[in-house]
Design a binder for this molecule. Sequence first.
Ligand code: CA
Ligand code: CA
Length: 253
Amino acid sequence: MRRPSSPSPSPTTSSSRSPSPFVLFLLAGLALEAETKDYRLAGNDLCPGASDISLEAEARTMLHCSLLCESDIYCKGFCYSSSQLLCRISSSDVGKAGRDAVATPGFNMFWTGYVKGFRRYGEKAYRHFASSRTHWDARNLCWNMNASLAVPLNAGENSFLASLVNTGSFWILADDATTEGVWENTDTNERLSYGRWRAGQPDNGGGVEDCAELSYLAEWNDIACSQTRYYACEIPVAQCDRRRDDIRCSYLL
Ligand SMILES: [Ca+2]
Ligand SMILES: [Ca+2]
């Protein structure tokens, strides 16, 4: 399974005005409401092009529009008109930086992915999300942040990731769905050379356990990919370039 598209890391500034205090208030509320997505004004008088709109619906407020986006796991952004009370949802990457967006008077465009709170370890930074998802959906939510589901490649990374939680377990980017018993990075299909399995694992329980979880004890176990777990995303810090206004730099604590 491959990543469907390569997100662009360096947005241009198409936004000429700052969000109003009212919008900032709404965004602060959203940050509390939604653990996994937050939204940032990406441009005034802009919308993604018609072919990038997956849903148009009436919405009484920008908050309502954002909640439509929140409830759609593939939503990457929306534009909203407070005069027409119209909400347009997009699941495409194009609007993230305002590039390829279309001048649309009266609409403000918002984009997801400006998530802070990643903690650096070595050349990567990680954040744990306390939101239960399937393995597939967890991967998508990380992609929406220009990140990927985290996978420890050595003992140091494994311990650091596990230290993000005090209890339970969460998804990591590892599966043996292609060839039973051969554990791969789910995005790249590259075979993983590291794995710290709990004693007796992986056991492919019931013949259906093809995705890996990492416990707070820093041990791996295989479970069915359709189960829901919390998850952690990672970004490669080495690629974050502050001189180019790379949004991934803004994720770091
Ligand atoms: Ca298996
Ligand atoms: Ca198992």
